[in-house]
Design a protein around this ligand. Sequence first.
Ligand code: GLN
Length: 502
Amino acid sequence: MSSIVELSAVELAAAIASGDISASQALEAYLEAIERIEPQVDAYNEVLTDHARTAAANIDAARAAGEPLGPLAGVPVAIKDNMCTAYGKTTCSSKILADFKAPYTATAVEKLHAAGAVVIGKTNLDEFAMGSSTENSASKVTHNPWDLDRVPGGSSGGSGACVAARLAAAALGSDTGGSIRQPAAFCGVVGFKPTYGRVSRYGLVAYGSSLDQIGPMTVDVPDAAILTGVIAGHDTRDSTSANRPAEDYLSEIETPIENLRIGLPDEFFTDALDPQIAQAIAKAADMYKSAGAEIVNVSLPHSRIDADADGKLSSYAVACYYIVAMSEASSNLARYDGVHYGHRTEEDVEGIVELFSRSRAEGFGPEVIRRIMLGTYTLSSGYYDAYYNKALKVRRLIKNDFDKAFEQCDVLLCPTTPTTAFAIGEKTADPLTMYLADIYTISLNLAGLPGVSIPACLGSDNLPVGMQLIGPEFSESTILRAARMYEKISGVTRLIPEIARI
Ligand code: GLN
C-alpha cells in the first residue's frame, strides 16, 4: 500500500472502514507530515491536534463497537479559516478577528462531522477571502508546494497548498470569484465550486453574499465528488440555499458521458493567455474528441477578455464583479466595529463614531479597507445607479450568454488562469493586476454556475497548469463526470510535488 498520505480520501475512508488502518494512525501520518513540511509551506493558521486526536479516537471506538461509519470516517480534512467552527479560532486571516471563537459550526463543516471526517486544522486565506494569492493575509504568507518562491493562489491558498503537499486528505475552500478554482490550478489539485445555493453558506463568513459558495479541494475528482455529496443539500438556516436534496455524485463518477458536447468559448483564447495554457486546453479538447466528445465553438461576448498593445488585460466581467463584490463586502463587513464583533481599539476615544473608526482602521488590512471604501462609494446615493445598478445589468447579460452557450453544449472547457503560479511579491504593488488573475473564473460566480478546475498537465518550470469545466445550474454530476473522463484519458491526476514525496 502507498504511504497513508498518498491515498485519496476515498481510498483512505475504505482502508479505515475495512480496518486496514485506524483513524488515529491516519491522523498521526498527517500530523507527522505537517511537522516536516508545514514550516516550509505555511498552509495552516491553526492545526487542531487535540480536537483531531479526539475525533479520530471516537471514530476508532465507533468502529470497534460495530457502529455504522460515515462515508468519510477518519479522513483528515482541513477547513478554510473563514468557516465557523465551535472549536479553535475562526480568524478569516484578519487582525480584526484574531481572537474570535465562533459560537457554532458552519453547516458544511457539521455535515463533514456527520460523515465522520476529522477536522485537522484551519487554513490560511487572503483576509476575508479578498485576494488571489493569499498574500493579503494578516496571518502569514503561504508558499506554493511546487515552488516555495511562488504563491499558492487565493484566496483559498492555504487549502490548496495543504492538499497539494498532502498535509490533509482534502480541504474546504470558498469561492466568490475563483478562490477555490484559481488556487487549485496553481497548486495542481482539483477545486470544485458548486452551483450558488447548492451548499449552505450558514457559518461561512460573508464576503459577497450573492457570489460566495463553499466547495471541496481534493487530490482527484472522485474525492471532489464524495465531498460535494456530503456537504451539499438544503439548509433552512441559509435562505439562499437551494431546496433540492443532496445527490450521490460518487456512484456515477466512473461512468463516461456519451455524446458529450464540449464548448470552447471563443472570447477566452486571446494572445494574452500563456501559450502553454492555450496548448494544454487545445490538447485536452483533442483528447475529449478522441474519446467521442463533440467540440463546438461558443460565444460569451460579455465575458470577453481584451488585451491592449502592451498585453494589459481588461474585461466587463472583472469590472462588474468588483463592483458587485465590493458593494456587498462593504455592507457585510459593517458588523466588525469593535462592539458587535471584532477587535476594539485600546486608545482613548471620544464617542462611538471614533470607537468604530479607530477599531476598524486598526483591525482591517489595506486591501479590505480599499474594498470597503470602493463598495461604499458604488452604493452611495448618486453613484448607485451609475455603478451598482449598472453592474447588476451587466451581470444579467453575462448570465444570458452562458444560457445561450448551454443550448449548444453540455459543458464549457477553458483555462482557469491566464498564467501559472506567479512569484510571491510579483503583483502586490498593483491591485488591478492582481484582480486580473481571476479573469477566467469570475464570470461563472456572477452567473451562479458550477465549475471545476482540474490539473491539465505539468507545464514549464514544473508548475501545474489548470483547466476549467463549467456547466449549467445544478449540473454538478455532469461536470464531475466530464472531469473524471479527462483524468482517465490523460492519466493526469494526483500530482505530487517533490516536497511531499516520502
Ligand atoms: N480574487 C477575487 C477577489 O479578490 C476572488 C476571491 C474569492 O473568490 N474569494 O475577490
